[in-house]
Design a protein around this ligand. Structure first.
Ligand SMILES: [Zn+2]
Ligand SMILES: [Zn+2]
Length: 318
């Protein structure tokens, strides 16, 4: 192989363009950071009790992630999905059987905790008594966003167990295995929707925006000028809570009339997409009074009580 010395200008342009396209999850660190962030966000938060309950659940995810054993994605599957530019393991078709054991482990950890309200205990008992077939059917409803009213209490626990197995499988991939897929608004690993996007700091990710998958926790790059839901580049704007820290802003798109939150690590290095999305419920209440609908749900949100305080908005252009 021939080598040649790069000129300074070339080195600069290489450094500028060589940011990672895909950030695969490191599950134990991810869940550990997320649990700590949820505890932090609970301070003075109107939904503090709920955030502390979730911190407990995410801490249990971290523990489960240290022992879970999933089946790796087969090399033939990777090759075929790369050839056809398809996501590697569309979630509803690739539920690893280990998820039910993870669910049982999460319930063992969380159910006795002081953070669990008494009103939730019957729901968790019912969840434990489900047959494997009924649990798989419930997992399908969680992953395809087709929940029934009676699923709501159990859904965050099911989603948490599924995250552990999907994040584990994703963590064992190589970033180069992940296909370039279209549309760019769905996870290239599991074809799920992003829960939020994050403006990252540190290393060669600095200043780049990534969409964070709500199921397998993979992050993939998308330029900020594009809507993270329809990829339109027209009229993207940001809206935050007046007087707030602006760590979390709602990115709004006039083409598809949706919003999705952008979590900005430049404003707070500890910001974490899923946790900060949950911790900024006020912003959702504010957005509820606009014409923009939330683009996708937070998988751990189904237990939230409904309340509607009114908060003033500020608007800044993209
Ligand atoms: Zn995913
Ligand atoms: Zn859009």
């Amino acid at each position: 192989m021939q080598t040649r010395i790069l000129q300074p200008g070339e080195i600069e342009s290489l450094a500028h363009t060589s940011f990672p396209r895909i950030l695969l999850p490191q599950p134990q660190a991810l869940f550990g950071d997320r649990a700590a962030r949820l505890q932090q966000l609970a301070e003075g938060n109107p939904i503090a009790d709920y955030l502390r309950l979730l911190a407990r659940l995410v801490q249990a995810q971290k523990q489960a992630a240290s022992t879970v054993q999933t089946t790796p994605v087969a090399p033939e599957t990777i090759a075929r999905h790369q050839e056809f530019s398809m996501p590697l393991m569309p979630a509803t078709d690739h539920i690893d059987p280990a998820w039910q054991k993870v669910l049982a482990a999460l319930l063992d950890q969380v159910q006795p905790a002081a953070e669990v309200p008494a009103a939730l205990l019957p729901t968790l008992d019912t969840l434990r008594q489900q047959t494997p077939q009924a649990l798989d059917a419930l997992a399908q409803r969680v992953l395809s966003s087709s929940l029934e009213a009676s699923d709501l209490g159990a859904a965050p626990f099911v989603a948490a167990a599924l995250q552990v197995v999907f994040a584990d499988r994703a963590s064992r991939l190589d970033a180069a295995d992940v296909p370039y897929t279209d549309p760019g608004t769905l996870c290239p690993v599991c074809a799920s929707q992003p829960v939020a996007s994050v403006l990252r700091i540190g290393g060669n990710m600095a200043g780049h925006r990534y969409l964070h998958c709500g199921v397998c926790c993979t992050e993939w790059h998308m330029v900020r000028v594009k809507c993270s839901h329809c990829e339109s580049t027209k009229g993207i704007r940001y809206q935050g809570v007046e007087g707030g820290s602006q760590v979390v802003q709602a990115e709004t798109c006039p083409e598809c009339h949706t919003y999705r939150k952008l979590v900005n690590q430049e404003k707070d290095p500890l910001a974490e997409p899923l946790a900060d999305d949950l911790g900024s419920l006020l912003l959702d209440l504010l957005m509820g009074e606009t014409d923009f609908e939330r683009a996708s749900a937070n998988p751990l949100l189904a237990l939230l009580p409904t309340a509607s305080p009114t908060v003033p908005a500020t608007e800044t252009s993209a």
